[in-house]
Write a new protein. Structure first.
Length: 273
């Protein structure tokens, strides 16, 4: 969790506004994230949470533009960088865990070759050393079978692919890790494993979790942002948002979520992380 001496923010988003064809997707979003913190950005589909993540990572679709605001990482303006600079930074300083596991890996390449290529590109390391580091990265996300480094994406389960993606995102020791709906379509046990890995990643870096599940975010995150129709309607410490929500929308959402009991065992387990 966060330290007591309040270090300077690792990530500062100030007045971020995103638009497409004169339609505002995100409106004047402001927040900070410190190293050692995990921030949850929650909301329904279309609330702007994923586009916020893509804006930070430099992965916005061509039709979506940043019309105002700033994004600072380690006091460096991300929006002022060239495309090439942004791409290099994304691989070295920002790690991204995408929601669509299957389409995020080249189906004709092995998992190991993808990891090794990233290491060689960003660290100028010999291939033999890069392979050893790739193996270490896979072991670090509990993929313990040494044969998986030479496996193709279709040979891995959904949970294994998600762990491989987390390994790829953490590979070059980024200071910021962004996870967009990382537990979608995974069974409860695998969800818990993935959330545990992400929580552990926040020990020495900043983590942003994008999810539609307010209770899961509250169980693993230090801070929460609740988004609705492109705006931040609630923001604060996770337990405060859950225990004393101020906005009517947040209260209604929490009331609806409590009616769904299927996720209760997972939530109790996550709360113990």
């Amino acid at each position: 969790m966060t330290s007591d001496h309040h270090p300077l923010p690792l990530l500062r988003v100030d007045g971020l506004t995103l638009a497409s064809d004169a339609h505002t997707i995100v409106k004047e979003l402001t927040f900070t994230l410190r190293a050692g913190e995990m921030l949850g950005i929650v909301g329904e589909s279309g609330s702007g949470k994923s586009m916020t993540a893509y804006a930070i990572a430099g992965l916005l679709p061509r039709e979506v533009l940043v019309t105002s605001g700033s994004i600072m990482l380690d006091s460096r303006s991300l929006l002022s960088l060239s495309h090439a600079e942004r791409r290099m930074l994304a691989g070295r300083r920002i790690g991204m865990v995408l929601q669509d596991r299957r389409s995020s890996f080249n189906p004709v390449r092995t998992i190991g070759s993808i990891l090794i290529e990233s290491i060689v590109r960003h660290r100028a390391m010999p291939t033999s050393e890069a392979r050893a580091l790739a193996m270490q990265a896979l072991t670090g996300v509990r993929l313990l079978d040494s044969k998986l480094i030479d496996a193709y994406p279709h040979q891995l389960s959904g949970g294994q692919l998600q762990r491989a993606m987390i390994a790829l995102a953490r590979l070059n020791d980024p200071v910021l890790l962004i996870a967009d709906e990382p537990t979608t379509a995974l069974d409860p046990i695998v969800q818990l494993q993935i959330l545990s890995l992400l929580r552990a990643s926040a020990v020495d870096r900043g983590v942003v979790l994008i999810t539609h599940d307010l209770h899961v975010a509250a169980a693993v995150c230090d801070q929460l942002i609740v988004m609705h129709r492109g705006e931040c309607i609630e923001q604060g410490p996770a337990r405060q948002v859950i225990d004393s929500p101020e906005h009517t929308y947040t209260r209604q959402w929490l009331a609806s979520a409590r009616l769904l009991s299927s996720g209760a065992p997972l939530l109790r387990s996550v709360s113990a992380l």
